[in-house]
Design a protein around this ligand. Sequence first.
Ligand code: UT7
Length: 322
Amino acid sequence: MSALRSVVVGTGSCLPERAVTNAMLAERVETSDEWIVQRTGIRQRHIAADHETTVSLGTGAARAALDAAGLGPADIDLVICATSTPDHTFPATATEIQAALGIGQGAAFDLQAVCAGFVFGVTTADKFLVTGAAKRALVIGAETFSRIVDWEDRTTCVLFGDGAGAVVLEAREDEAGRGVLSSSLRSDGRHRDKLYVDGGPGSTGTVGHLRMEGKEVFRFAVGQVTDVIADAFARAGLGAAELDWFVPHQANRRIIEASADKLGIAREKIVLTVDRHGNTSAASIPLALDVAVRDGRIKVGDLVMIEAIGGGFSWGAALIRW
Ligand code: UT7
C-alpha cells in the first residue's frame, strides 16, 4: 500500500464581469498603457461590481472546480479560503462559501498569507489529507483588492485586480506518483512596512488602504523567492529540467521572468496571466492554473511548480505532479 497523496482532481475560476483596460485607468489617474505594460506586463484587470464580492467570486470558482472534478457538496470535508479581502471581519469567508455550496460537514476556515495565501492553503490542506484527517479539500483563493487599493495612488491602483480560483484536492494512494510532492513556506514579519494595509478592526476600526514600497518588494521578490523553489525541488529530489509548468504568483512579468531565469526554468514553461488578470493576490495562482488546465497545457502527469511572495513578507512554493 502506497502512502496517501493530495491529488488535484478539479480546478475552477470566476472573474468579475467587467474588464478594465490600462487606457480606461488612464482616464482616472495619471498613467499610461505604455508605462503599465512596460513595468508590469499588465494590460487589463477585472474589477468587481457592487454585487460581486469575495464570497460570490469564491463560490463561483469553487463550484466550477467541483463540477470539473465531478463531485458535489457531500464529497467535501475541508474548505480553506485564502483571502486578505473577506466580505466580513467574521465569519470566515470559507464558511460563507461552504454554506453557499450546501456543504454541511467538515471544517472551513480562512488563511491569511496575502499573495502567498494559496500556496499556504495547498500546503495546509495537504497536511490534513496525507494524515487522513480529511478526504477531499476545496482550496480557494478569492480576492477583491479593488476595495482596499487607494484609487488616488497611481503607484498601486494600476497593479491589482479581483477574482477567484479554486482546486479540489483528494487524498489518494496513487501508484502513479501524482499529488503534492513537496512544499516550502517562509515568513519574515520584519518586512511589514514594505507592503501592508493601513487599517484593520484591531487598530483603526476601519478597513484601510494598501500601501507598498514597490521597489523594495520587487528586490526582495527576485532575491528571495528562489529559495523556497529550490527547497521544494530538493525535498522532492527533482530539478528545473524535469519541470513541465511554472505557475508563479502573477504580480509582475519582470519578477516572474527574472525568477525563472535565475532557476534555469525555460521561459516557455511559464504560465503567464498577469496581462489579463493583473495582481489578484491569493487568487492569482489558482486562476492561472485553471486557465492552463482548461486550454490543455497542464495535463495529468505533468510536473507543476507554484510559488508566491506577498505581504508579511510571506512566501512559499509547492511542487505538484498533476
Ligand atoms: O503581490 C506582491 C507584491 N507586489 C509586487 O510584487 C510589486 C513589486 N513591485 C513592482 O512590481 C514595481 O516596483 C512597480 C511596478 C510597482 C513599479 O515599477 P518600478 O520600475 O519599480 O518603478 P518606480 O516605482 O521606480 O517608479 C518609476 C517612475 C517614478 O517616477 P520618477 O520618480 O522616476 O519621476 C514613478 O513616480 O514611474 C512613476 N510611476 C508611474 N508612472 C506612470 C509610478 N507609478 C506610475 C504609474 N504610471 N502608474
